[in-house]
Design a protein around this ligand. Structure first.
Ligand code: HEM
Length: 540
């Protein structure tokens, strides 16, 4: 086939030559296109996760807790609504964040960039549809049988597509990369994905059981407990520990994690799965405490930093909240065991779960997310370190109030505790809304340009400017690049100078336009490279 045939004759000669050059040999500049598309894909996952966190998740949680407090009874809200809140938080928020971040960052850890964008967007669409349908079907009880089964199947398909994108044979990494991972983070990631798979299968089995035999959409209490133990200890915890080996280690300047903990943690997580499925809940609680201790030892979270922590652009004391989240994890594991050993204290189970979900998971994400995500989202900067600080303090205070009062109130000894419970809910709601607002503002803010004025040159490819910053395309067209208005495809090797000459425009005119544009995109800090490159390259 004559590959030159796809170059339109109507294009100026310089453009046609550049297309021919592209065909003959790949351009020697790094292509910003895949990174832009990956950032856009990640932004969709993050925005979707924030919506699930704020409305179907937290708002419904607050509603449930106010209902519980008014009636002094943990069974006051419909069980289905409590479970809908839990699924919205675990799958809708945490799951969506984990899938998006994994699709974005795991290929980079393996030395390549994401290529299957169509499949990644399919995961986003299916996962959002599945989790959203489940929530609507359960909360509004509208065709709930179809909703339970349909959503569980769709979530499993989304999971299968994710595995295909990330782990399918032939997705080789950089040359020399080991096919069997050697580091603790990779093993924890693999265990976390296996845990998610088991949790989703359990979810489907429960959905089928309830849809065919149940009178309402609520899962039976024991089945729901098994599902939650799998979701929290086989999926969320290993994922959080796995990503901690990369990001907490780097951001807090810790020593490298202890690799030899991998088999111990693997056996422990497997034991959690087996014991949970066998309904040996006391054994699950013992193992959960043991693997918590092992993970904390392996991650060296409470060891002093050996390098300065990375605090640029965020609330500087966030590192203390990262460590605090691991304290909450210990509290959660101890309360879980206590709830099994002292069944008369009926509030301990809920308090343990809240210490795990809000104290550990949410606090960890609220601390690390604002440091990590903006830079992954095409080199953005966090909108407000102050909002970050406020959300961290509020979440900590709200969680402490909730865990302490829930243990007392639900166990039928609380008077004042019942009054304080809803206060804790509104404090946590405030924290959640500020966190979501901060990330939403960060996303809404135009992408900053991380280069100085002298880097804007005529010998750089036109493709680089318009791909990195698509808003420059109409500006350049208005400044005289008329060919750019007539074609979508731009050759990678055509320089701005060549494009200017072929359209009879002075290159300086275009450079002025670009410099003005980039002057309005200056980052607040020019003291660091975009974190995405820094973090990913250090953790590879
Ligand atoms: C303002 C914040 C929140 C409030 C007010 C809240 C409230 C509640 C309430 C009232 C329950 C019922 C059981 C109990 O009384 O303990 C519950 C259960 C649950 N919550 Fe939350 N929650 C919040 C945040 C979160 C977060 C951030 C997550 C996850 C990351 C989460 C995950 C769960 C789960 C998994 C359950 C168990 C659902 C079930 O029984 O199937 N919650 N929450």
């Amino acid at each position: 086939m004559n590959r030159n045939a796809c170059i339109p004759d109507s294009l100026p000669e310089a453009w046609r030559h550049a297309f021919a050059r592209d065909l003959a040999e790949p351009a020697d500049h790094a292509d910003p296109g895949p990174e832009r598309r990956a950032g856009r894909m990640l932004a969709a996952f993050i925005a979707t996760g924030l919506v699930f966190l704020a409305l179907p998740g937290t708002l419904l949680g607050v509603w449930n807790l106010v209902n519980i407090s008014e009636n002094h009874s943990a069974s006051a809200p419909a069980t289905a609504w409590i479970q809908a809140h839990g699924q919205a938080q675990l799958f809708g928020w945490v799951g969506t964040f984990i899938l998006g971040i994994s699709l974005y960052v795991l290929p980079k850890f393996r030395g390549r960039s994401l290529r299957s964008f169509g499949r990644a967007w399919t995961v986003w669409a299916l996962w959002t549809l599945g989790v959203g349908w489940h929530w609507l079907g359960v909360v509004y009880a509208w065709h709930w049988r179809e909703a339970l089964i349909g959503s569980a199947v769709i979530e499993l398909v989304a999971f299968a597509v994710t595995l295909r994108v990330l782990f399918a044979p032939g997705r080789a990494g950089r040359p020399g990369a080991k096919s069997v991972p050697e580091d603790l983070g990779s093993w924890l990631g693999i265990l976390g994905f296996l845990g998610l798979g088991v949790t989703l299968v359990a979810n489907l089995v429960l959905s089928l059981q309830v849809a065919f035999k149940g009178a309402s959409s609520a899962y039976p209490l024991v089945g729901d407990r098994v599902f939650l133990l799998l979701a929290l200890w086989a999926f969320v915890a290993p994922m959080a520990w796995g990503y901690s080996t990369r990001f907490v280690t780097i951001f807090l300047g810790l020593e490298q994690p202890v690799r030899r903990a991998a088999p111990w943690l693997g056996v422990g997580i497997l034991a959690v799965v087996v014991f949970a499925l066998a309904r040996w809940f006391l054994a699950v609680d013992f193992v959960a405490l043991a693997i918590t201790a092992c993970a904390i030892w392996a991650l060296r979270v409470f060891h002093p930093s050996v390098r300065p922590a990375k605090r640029a652009g965020v609330y500087g004391r966030y590192t203390a909240f990262v460590r605090l989240s691991y304290v909450w994890l210990v509290v959660a594991a101890i309360l879980g065991l206590a709830s099994e050993l002292i069944p008369s204290m009926t509030g301990l189970g809920g308090a343990s779960r809240h210490a795990m979900t809000v104290g550990f998971v949410a606090l960890l994400i609220f601390s690390i997310g604002p440091r990590l995500l903006p830079s992954f989202l095409n080199g953005r900067e966090l909108a407000s370190p102050r909002l970050m600080a406020t959300s961290l303090w509020l979440l900590t205070f709200g969680c402490a109030l909730r865990v302490s009062t829930e243990s007392v109130a639900y166990s039928a000894v609380g008077g004042l505790a019942w009054k304080l419970l809803p206060v804790s809910a509104f404090i946590e709601l405030g924290a959640v809304l500020l966190f979501a607002l901060n990330l939403a503002l960060t996303l809404a803010h135009p992408m900053p340009a991380w280069f100085v004025e002298s880097s804007v040159r005529a010998d750089l490819p036109l493709y680089f400017y318009i791909t990195s910053f698509p808003k420059t395309r109409p500006l350049l067209v208005r400044a005289g690049l008329k060919t750019l208005a007539e074609t979508r495809r731009v050759p990678h090797s055509l320089t701005l100078g060549e494009a200017a000459e072929s359209d009879g425009v002075e290159p300086e005119v275009l450079l002025d336009v670009l410099r003005q544009f980039f002057a309005g995109r200056k980052p607040r800090r020019l003291d660091r490279p975009p974190l995405e490159q820094e973090t990913v390259s250090r953790s590879c």
